[in-house]
Design a protein around this ligand. Structure first.
Ligand code: SIN
Length: 487
C-alpha cells in the first residue's frame, strides 16, 4: 500500500454521478507498480453499462451547470485547484507508485496539472462573443460561445494527472459535463482527482471516471453514444485514427493529441552546453515517455563529436531506480512490453551499423527498467528514426546544411514538437517557419505550459489544448442575426 497523509485519497471504485461505486459485475482488476512489477491494489472493472450510465448522468447534470454564471463555475474550479495543490505530496506518491516517474517529476506534474485548472477557471470568465458590423443597416450580428455538450475524454498513462486536467478543466469552464476514461495502468490518480473535485463542491454527474480492462468496449461507447458531442483523446496515432472513424457516424467534435517524433536540431553556432541540457530535459523526462520527447537528435557534423561526448557524460550520471527513492533521476518504463520494445529498437539500430555510446540493455533490477541509451551513426532507415521511441533512447544523426536538417526533421508523418538550438536570429525564424510541427522549442527543451497552445499537425492530431485557444475546443460558436431594427 502507499503511505499517504490522507489515505482516503486512495480510491479503488468508479466515480459516477458523484458517488463511489463498484462495477455492475463486481469484477476488479489489478494495478501494478512498474518499479517492482507487483500488484499493489485492485480496482473496479467497469465496462459499457457503467460508461453509458455515466454519460446519461452527465447529460442530466449539464443544464444547471451551463446556466451557472462563469464566476460560479470558476469558483468551484479554483477550489478544486487549491485542494490539488494542498494534496500535492499524496497525489505525487500515488502517481509515482502507479506510473513510475521519480517523485520530483510527479510533484511537478501535479503542479502542471493543477495549473490547467487555475488557468481555465480564469478563462471561464473570458469566454467572449463578438458584435460584427453588418452589411445591412437594419441588422446587428452577434456571436456567442456555448458549451459543446457532454464531453468524453480518453487519457493516457504517461501523465495521469495533467492529461486529465488539460481536458476536464476547459470542458467544465465552458459549461460542459465530462466522462473520463483514464488508462487502466494508472486509474488511481484519476480517482484522487475526482475525489478532490467532489470535495471542492463540483455538482454530481459533471465529472465521472470509468475505467476497465475492456478498453475497446468503453472506447466504443464513448465514441459512438449520441449524447456525447465531443471526444478528446490523448494517445497513439493508430488508436486515434480508430476513434476518429467511430466518431464519424454521430459527427462529434474531436480533439486528438497523438504521437510525435520530435526532431532536435543543433546547429553549428549553438551554445553546445545549453543544447545538451535541453536534450537531457526533453529526452529523459518521464524516462522518455512523452509525446514531445526529443526523438531524433539531428546534430551539425562540426559539433557532433563534442555534443555526443557531453551528452554521454550526463547520461551516465543519471541514477535509475524506483521513483520513490529521492535520489533517483530516471524511473522504470510502464510495463515489460515497453522494455522489450526498447531492446528491439536498439538491436535494429545496431544491426544497421549504429554505434552504441552508452546503455542499450535492460537493468538488473526487479521492475521494468531499461538503461538510458545514446546511439550515434543513426540513419533514416532505422526504426529509431521512423518510430516514436517512447523510452530512454537518444539517437544521434548528423547534417551539413540547414536544408538537410529541415528535410530530415520533416521526414515523418508526425508533426507535434520540434526543437532547434542556434544563436542566429535568421535561423530561428527561417527554420521555425519551415518545420512541420505544431510546437517549436528554440534554445529550450521544455515547452509544456498551461498558457501555451499544445497540439500537433499532420498525423499528430487535431485541436489545441491549454492557452486561450484551449477553451474553443469545448465550445460551439453561435451566430445571431437581429434584423429589422430600423422602423
Ligand atoms: C504528452 O506526452 O502527451 C504530454 C506531454 C506534456 O504535456 O508535456
Amino acid at each position: 500500500m502507499i503511505e499517504l497523509n490522507d489515505p482516503s485519497l486512495l480510491k479503488t471504485q468508479l466515480f459516477i454521478n458523484g458517488e463511489w461505486v463498484n462495477s455492475n459485475s463486481g469484477d476488479t482488476f489489478p494495478v501494478y507498480c512498474p518499479a517492482t512489477n507487483e500488484c499493489f491494489v485492485n480496482v473496479a472493472n467497469g465496462g459499457k453499462s457503467e460508461t453509458e450510465y455515466a454519460i446519461n448522468c452527465a447529460h442530466s447534470a449539464m443544464p444547471l451547470w451551463q446556466q451557472a454564471t462563469a464566476k460560479q463555475r470558476a469558483n468551484i474550479l479554483k477550489h478544486w485547484y487549491r485542494l490539488i495543490v494542498e494534496n500535492t505530496q499524496d497525489l505525487a506518491r500515488i502517481l509515482t507508485v502507479e506510473q513510475g516517474k521519480p517523485l520530483h517529476e510527479a510533484s511537478a506534474e501535479v503542479t502542471y496539472g493543477a495549473d490547467y485548472i487555475e488557468w481555465f477557471a480564469e478563462e471561464a470568465k473570458r469566454l467572449y462573443g463578438d458584435i460584427i458590423p453588418s452589411n445591412n443597416p437594419s441588422q446587428r450580428i452577434l456571436t456567442l460561445k456555448q458549451p459543446v455538450g457532454v464531453v468524453a475524454a480518453i487519457t493516457p498513462w504517461n501523465f495521469p494527472i495533467a492529461m486529465i486536467t488539460r481536458k476536464v478543466a476547459p470542458a467544465l469552464a465552458a459549461g460542459c459535463a465530462v466522462v473520463v476514461k483514464p488508462a487502466e495502468a494508472t486509474p488511481l490518480s484519476a480517482f484522487a482527482l475526482a475525489e478532490l473535485a467532489r470535495r471542492a463542491g463540483l455538482p454530481k454527474g459533471l465529472f465521472s471516471v470509468v475505467v476497465g480492462t475492456d478498453v475497446a468496449q468503453i472506447g466504443h461507447e464513448l465514441s459512438t453514444n449520441k449524447i456525447v458531442k465531443k471526444l478528446s483523446f490523448t494517445g497513439s496515432t493508430p488508436v486515434g485514427k480508430l476513434l476518429l472513424k467511430s466518431t464519424a457516424d454521430t459527427v462529434k467534435k474531436v480533439s486528438m493529441e497523438l504521437g510525435g517524433n520530435a526532431p532536435f536540431i543543433v546547429f553549428e553556432d549553438a551554445d553546445i552546453e545549453l543544447a545538451v541540457e535541453g536534450a537531457m530535459a526533453s529526452k529523459f523526462r518521464n524516462a522518455g515517455q512523452t509525446c514531445v520527447c526529443a526523438n531524433r537528435l539531428i546534430i551539425h557534423s562540426a559539433i557532433a563529436q563534442e555534443f555526443t561526448q557531453r551528452l554521454v557524460t550526463k547520461v551516465k550520471g543519471l541514477t535509475i531506480g524506483n521513483g520513490l527513492d529521492e535520489n533517483v533521476s530516471i524511473g522504470p518504463l510502464i510495463n515489460e512490453k515497453a522494455v522489450e520494445n526498447m531492446q528491439g529498437l536498439v538491436n535494429d539500430a545496431l544491426a544497421l551499423n549504429a554505434t552504441l555510446e552508452t546503455g542499450g540493455s535492460t537493468v538488473d533490477l526487479k521492475g521494468n527498467y531499461f538503461s538510458p541509451t545514446v546511439l550515434s551513426n543513426v540513419s533514416p532507415e532505422m526504426r529509431v528514426f521512423k518510430e516514436e521511441i517512447f523510452g530512454p533512447i537518444a539517437p544521434i544523426l548528423t547534417f551539413d546544411t540547414d536544408e538537410q536538417a529541415i528535410e530530415l526533421a520533416n521526414a515523418t508523418e508526425a508533426g507535434l514538437a520540434s526543437y532547434i538550438f542556434t544563436q542566429s536570429h535568421r535561423r530561428i525564424w527561417q527554420v521555425s517557419e519551415k518545420l512541420e510541427n505544431g510546437i517549436v522549442g528554440v534554445n529550450e527543451g521544455v515547452i509544456s505550459s498551461e498558457v501555451a497552445p499544445f497540439g500537433g499537425v499532420k498525423a499528430s492530431g487535431l485541436g489545441r489544448e491549454g492557452s486561450k485557444y484551449g477553451l474553443d475546443d469545448y465550445t460551439e460558436l453561435k451566430y445571431i442575426c437581429v434584423g429589422n431594427i430600423e422602423e
